[in-house]
Design a protein around this ligand. Structure first.
Ligand SMILES: [Zn+2]
Length: 422
């Protein structure tokens, strides 16, 4: 099957026709409307043509850190306290009360996946609660939801463990992780900053992942207390053990609370360890800093130091409309906008952080709209990357391996005339 995406505007301003064969980009040529000779006799009749009408064509976006088992529960699980502890307590209480069923988790996860897909996301990594109380129920529910999007949306799962994962009381939580690994997950998760022995949790996570031949993706230092810096332990252990699987760290808030010299020292270790770091501005801005009435910190990690050290930084949305984040649109362009506003990134860099940097971090081939790249693309009715981030228009076409998998159209109209209009 050959597909021609014609009249596509690239980020550099060129208008091109992108020819896709067997899911990969075969050629990128100046659009026929700009060519002296518009005829292309080589095109067979069976070429399927999609006219993008000058819309901006970009690499499809990807979400590196979601919680699809929790998504869309803001009404069912209120968090009036508004901080991380309040969110965790609200969730645990609701779960113990039987608020969530397997079926409802499947439906919510599927709804969240659909939202991601229609916004232009073709790959998502989601953490899934793996607790002694729910076993593998949430994990199986998310995997069942993912089946509905097979071939459209890549879904990676991370076993998000409950603390303690170390000490005498860790037995049940460790057993829950073992059951999840047995069931099948892509990565081992966990929260070392919430554990009595953060370094011990990291050691255990790396050992379990190493035995299973999978990766590690931890929630790291999601707090403002600068005396907690498990990211350093994580990086050192990855280096010292020679762990070869994929490694990632979400949040890393306390790195942003360190003096510049410590930020650079730890960022260099992170780069050496090959740990991808995911700032998660939505939840960081929502949950962090509520006790700081003056000069309220943003709760973002030290993005500039990580970039300077050469670490891979990609950005995610984390929670969407649940007790950990009451709002959120499942749109990486919202994340990119926050990386511009709160993370002080240039728009093009911010877009890379929600597209190719994520793909690199989660083990997918990058897309640069050149021959040989997978045709995982999103077309947006916007004149530039900056404008796409600013307006986030909902006129989009989403292609997965060249196949149109989602579309949305936004319409607006001004009715009537102003008083001085004619
Ligand atoms: Zn998270």
């Amino acid at each position: 099957m050959i597909k021609l995406l014609c009249n596509a505007r690239l980020a550099d301003g060129r208008t091109v026709d992108v020819r896709v064969a067997d899911g990969f980009i075969e050629s990128v040529r100046a659009s026929v409307v700009e060519q002296a000779d518009p005829a292309d006799p080589a095109d067979p009749a069976e070429v399927e043509v999609e006219d993008l009408s000058g819309w901006l064509l970009l690499p499809a976006m990807a979400e590196p850190h979601a919680h699809l088992d929790k998504a869309l529960t803001a009404e069912e699980v209120p968090n009036p306290q508004g901080d991380l502890r309040g969110a965790i307590n609200a969730w645990v209480t609701a779960a113990a009360a039987g608020v969530f069923t397997y079926e409802s988790t499947v439906e919510r996860a599927a709804a969240a996946m659909e939202l991601l897909l229609v916004h232009g996301v073709t790959a998502v990594r989601t953490h899934v609660n793996v607790l002694s109380t729910n076993g593998t129920t949430s994990l199986r529910a998310v995997k069942e939801a993912a089946l509905r999007f097979d071939g459209m949306l890549d879904v990676q799962t991370v076993a998000l463990t409950s603390s303690p994962m170390t000490g005498a009381d860790a037995k049940e939580n460790r057993a829950a992780l073992d059951a999840a690994v047995e069931e099948g997950v892509d990565l081992v998760g966990g929260c070392p900053h919430l554990d009595p022995d953060g370094a011990g949790l990291i050691r255990h996570a790396l050992a379990v992942a190493s035995d299973a031949g999978i990766g590690v993706d931890l929630h790291v230092d999601e707090m403002l207390d600068p005396s907690i810096l498990t990211l350093r332990d994580y990086a050192r252990q990855v280096i010292d053990t020679g762990f070869t699987g994929p490694v990632a760290a979400g949040h890393c808030v306390t790195l942003g609370m360190q003096p510049p010299s410590v930020q650079l020292e730890v960022a260099s270790l992170v780069a050496e360890a090959g740990i991808a770091v995911f700032p998660l501005p939505q939840t960081n801005l929502f949950l962090q800093g509520r006790d700081n009435a003056t000069a309220t910190p943003r709760g973002l990690t030290a993005v500039a130091a990580l970039q300077e050290a050469g670490a891979l930084v990609a950005a995610g949305a984390d929670n969407v409309q649940d007790p950990f984040n009451l709002v959120g649109r499942s749109d990486p362009l919202e994340t990119a906008a926050l990386m511009v506003m709160a993370g002080h990134q240039l728009p093009d860099t911010a877009f890379d952080m929600v597209s190719n940097n994520v793909r690199k971090a989660i083990g997918l081939p990058e897309v640069h709209i050149r021959p040989g790249d997978p045709a995982d693309l999103v077309a947006i009715d916007a004149p530039s990357v900056r404008a796409a981030i600013a307006d986030a228009p909902m006129s989009r076409r989403v292609f997965r391996r060249g196949v149109l998998v989602a579309s949305a159209d936004q319409q607006s109209e001004i009715h009537g005339r102003g008083r001085n209009g004619s």
